[in-house]
Ligand binder design. Structure first.
Ligand SMILES: Nc1ncnc2c1ncn2[C@@H]1O[C@H](COP(=O)(O)OP(=O)(O)OP(=O)(O)O)[C@@H](O)[C@H]1O
Length: 255
């Protein structure tokens, strides 16, 4: 049994007049602690698949399992989400934002401060607990969003283009921080991105989808010696540009 199993997923969106087939026969497994990326042409169904894995809605056919447990709209707490926008509450302090999930899940108040302090330390922002989101930069706010996601100890993190709204320098720094932190917490993660370089730099495997309808076209294994490097250092590795070109050619062939 693999950690995350996506089995025979088909999905169509239905309107009054027509059905639109978006995903066809998607099968994939992800190992515990693995970091993978989903890439593919715009509209190939990456976000739809991520939402199905998250249990936000059910697929037309097929099932998703985490450690053998079927994912449905009832057990979404197994999942952590990080999105393009940080969605921090502006009227709450950073510490309150980090622990909001614990509060919603009615976990003991005593643990909140300890969890927030440890996570803020981990993301390199140990002194901002009493600040408000408006006092932080976009990159810092996304780091807080990462801490908030980890606070509820999800089994898997789904990252839907979390770096795309950031300037280039902040994006590179945050990529390094996310990989380092998820390794430290031994978390499994799925990243949706349009950036092939980002996918190669952060992942152990890159899943390439084709469109109309979305199917899993090819899986690229990133060599082990690159996986041991930080995303920034992967981009400097001599093997990086060949891998980039291979994926680029395959993506271009999809039209
Ligand atoms: N709620 C919805 N109702 C109807 N059609 C939808 C809905 N959500 C998405 N779609 C359609 O399904 C297809 C896949 O959308 P999805 O957002 O999953 O693709 P994507 O690969 O994440 O796209 P992008 O890379 O542009 O973000 C698109 O054609 C989109 O228009």
């Amino acid at each position: 049994m693999e950690f995350l199993e996506v089995k025979n997923i088909h999905h169509s969106y239905f309107s009054k007049t027509q059905a639109k087939e978006v995903l066809r026969d998607i099968n994939l497994d992800i190992r515990e602690g693995e970091f993978v990326s989903f890439i593919g042409p715009s509209g190939c169904g990456k976000t739809t698949l991520l939402s199905i894995i998250a249990g936000l809605f059910s697929s037309t056919e097929g099932k998703v399992y985490i450690e053998g447990e079927e994912i449905s709209t009832h057990n979404q707490s197994l999942i952590g989400y990080m999105l393009q926008q940080d969605y921090l509450f502006p009227w709450k302090t950073i510490e309150e934002n980090v622990t909001i999930g614990l509060k919603i899940m009615e976990r003991s108040n005593k643990t909140h401060k300890v969890t927030a302090n440890a996570l803020l330390q981990e993301i390199g922002l140990p002194h901002v607990g009493n600040n408000y989101p408006r006092e932080l930069s976009g990159g810092m706010r996304q780091r807080v969003a990462l801490a908030r996601t980890l606070a509820v100890d999800p089994k898997i993190l789904l990252l839907d283009e979390p770096f795309s709204a950031l300037d280039y320098q902040s994006k590179l720094k945050l990529e390094d921080l996310v990989v380092e932190t998820l390794k430290a917490y031994q978390k499994t993660a799925v990243l949706v991105t349009h950036d092939i370089g980002e996918a190669i730099a952060m992942s152990e495997r890159v899943f390439l989808f084709s469109a109309n309808p979305g199917t899993l076209h090819k899986v690229f294994e990133i060599p082990t010696e690159l996986q041991e490097l930080s995303p920034f250092d992967v981009r400097q590795h001599p093997a990086y540009s060949d891998i980039f070109q291979n994926i680029w050619k395959e993506l271009e062939s999809l039209g």
